[in-house]
Design a protein around this ligand. Structure first.
Ligand code: ATP
Ligand code: MG
Length: 389
């Protein structure tokens, strides 16, 4: 799929911008702090309905209008897809006002109001940023988010299970605390265990499945990018309290059964801790380079190549699951790569319908400039197309 029209108003440092994007490679050049990352964040938000970096919706609304009667940022795009064309609109209300605006996001898909969870993944996208190295070097949370953002774009049931899991987890944890304080009985856990393990089974099944594709793709990409010098191994580590962690069962009922066994095993430890100690909220994916844990042994450059390989694997996963290409967003990542790795990335995406690249250093990515079909300059929240180099 590819975006051919993008409209932005009052989003971050943008006032009003309308753009026609090209099929193929689009390059956005601009000095620091001009709005390049904001632009890609906006596109990724249209895809996932979540910001890749903001902590609150208010951050997304242009500061100058946040305290007016109409504190609303708007994003809209038109997308050509093999599953039928798409028109997508998101309004982000930054602040509740007397003009009867409730804060939060409103979404329309082809003109029809939808819940955010129904609109996720209508536009599929994969975002590369310079922070991606943290997927390899950082805490498990970031690897879970890597999986969640990817799978929820292609599997609505996954997103629903995630939401239910989060609700049940919260209730179960507060029950555990009440049992610990002798305000409730352990017998009440039975119902919540079932609920949690049921939603958990769906999540672990989907994660295990996704890993099946990611492991092979990630290894292949790492080999390609490093000229066969380095190997990447990813392994799904479901948090089941030490039970059956090595092999992946094939269906979700088996995952649910394993989770129920794990919960039963840990009952007293959980009551003591006042918290749920097993389940997908504690899952991890271990990443190894040449057989050693990548977070503690690999060099920064190796970690960066591994993270890049994981993102390439994500793009390939989305393409396979959708039967259509996700839009590829590369925020400032090409200029930090050597020429060989950059070529490896560009070659991989040549067969994708649309790639959108930003850079502050166009001289370092001459190869991208030459191949780009659309070239734009970003300056102080304004975007203009330019021809030539
Ligand atoms: P770099 O090359 O350093 O990565 P960039 O072009 O990617 O720069 P952005 O991250 O897009 O820059 O940020 C551009 C500007 O947007 C920043 O100066 C930031 O202060 C501003 N900005 C962020 N949020 C808002 C907002 N809600 N309202 C107004 N301006 C904002
Ligand atoms: Mg930036």
């Amino acid at each position: 799929m590819f975006i051919f029209d993008l409209q932005i108003s009052n989003y971050r440092n943008y006032g009003r911008v309308g753009l026609n994007l090209d099929r193929g490679l689009n390059l956005f050049v601009g000095d620091n702090a001009q709005g390049k990352s904001n632009l890609l964040e906006a596109i990724y938000l249209l895809s996932t309905l979540r910001s890749s970096r903001a902590s609150s919706d208010a951050d997304l609304v242009r500061r100058e209008i946040l305290h007016t009667d109409f504190p609303v940022a708007r994003l809209a795009c038109q997308v050509e897809r093999s599953a039928g064309n798409l028109q997508l609109e998101v309004a982000v209300v930054g602040r509740t006002t007397d003009a009867s605006h409730r804060a939060g996001k409103r979404v329309r898909v082809n003109g029809v109001p939808k819940r955010a969870s129904e609109a996720v993944g209508q536009l599929a996208a994969v975002l590369f940023t310079t922070l991606d190295i943290e997927i390899v070097a950082g805490p498990p949370l970031l690897r879970r988010r890597y999986l969640d953002m990817m799978i929820s774009q292609v599997d609505r049931g996954y997103l629903r299970a995630m939401q239910r899991y989060a609700r049940v987890l919260q209730q179960r944890n507060s029950l555990l605390k009440r049992i610990q304080a002798r305000e409730a009985s352990a017998a009440e856990l039975g119902f919540w265990d079932q609920e949690l393990a049921h939603a958990g089974g769906i999540i672990m099944q989907a994660r295990g499945d996704a890993l099946g594709h990611l492991v092979a793709q990630g290894a292949q990409q790492m080999e390609r990018l490093s000229d066969g010098m380095e190997t990447l191994q990813m392994t799904y580590r479901p948090a089941l309290g030490g039970l059956d962690e090595t092999d992946c069962p094939v269906d979700e009922t088996e995952w649910t059964a394993r989770m129920l066994r794990a919960l039963a095993n840990l009952r007293y430890r959980e009551i003591n801790a006042g918290a749920t100690l097993v389940g997908p909220h504690r899952d991890d994916v271990t990443v190894e380079i040449d057989g050693m844990p990548a977070d503690s042994f690999a060099s920064r450059a190796q970690q960066r190549t591994a993270a890049l390989s994981m993102r390439l694997a994500e793009a390939s996963y989305l393409r396979r699951a959708l039967g259509d290409d996700p839009v590829v967003l590369l925020d400032d990542v090409l200029s930090e790569l050597d020429a060989r790795r950059r070529r490896g990335v560009l070659e991989f995406f040549e067969s994708f319908q649309q790639t959108i690249v930003t850079t502050a250093e166009p001289d370092r990515v001459r190869d991208v400039m030459i191949r780009a079909s659309g070239r734009f300059v970003v300056a102080a929240g304004a975007i203009t197309r330019f021809e030539g180099e």
